[in-house]
Write a protein that binds this ligand. Sequence first.
Ligand code: ADP
Ligand code: MG
Length: 246
Amino acid sequence: MTDPKPIITIENVNKYFGQLKALNNVSLSVRPGEKVVIIGPSGSGKSTLLRTINRLEEIDSGRIIVDGFDIMDKQNDINRIRMEVGMVFQNFNLFPHKTVLQNLTLAPTKLKKIPLAEAEENGRRLLRKVGIEEKANVYPAQLSGGQQQRVAIARALAMNPKIMLFDEPTSALDPEMIGEVLDVMVHLAREGMTMVVVTHEMGFAREVADLVVFMDQGEILEVGTPEHFFQECQHSRAKKFLSQIL
Ligand code: ADP
Ligand code: MG
């Protein structure tokens, strides 16, 4: 990586849900263009960590800087910061009563005041990019899960984000549809997008990750390259987890 300055800095972050400590002194930096894959057992805090990056979850202490802005600082406009950070969820979360193309044009026209014709042109370009241009005028329910997730990725890209967050984007998909979504993500990675991806797809991690982060019980227990992880990972909990999913 040529740019040494992180685009995401997470410092000593703690987050409670009532008594439960969901994030325990978590620190992580991501540089522009880096791909970070977060793995770990269910309930280990992966989604919570991802959601703190665009303040879908508030933190109790610590600091999160995104593209130079302290996201907890009330002086900063969180909606502007959110525009820089696209998010893709496990369950697609498309607007069911809008067509595919309308799903892509809604936020750019409403939040960025981009003229509809321009937003539509950009939307069609993105649908082409994710291989689904012919579905522009159908409703989400008429699509397969893999197609819906590709639309969700295109919708996030329509805001022209600097960072993309993915929370188990293939976990809700039938096995035969996982590949088409991963292909889109690999393509995006190759184009240089900064990506933080929670996934159990270790093939994807091996292929694109600069860093793999292992979480357990709200803590980051190990950070390393994919090679390190799959060959010499030290932590017994990480080893056990990998042996269960590989
Ligand atoms: P993961 O994504 O690794 O499965 P999560 O970040 O979703 O884990 O959850 C971490 C812990 O926080 C879990 O114990 C979960 O039950 C708890 N948790 C997550 N969201 C909430 C919430 N909104 N309210 C209460 N507890 C929550
Ligand atoms: Mg989760």
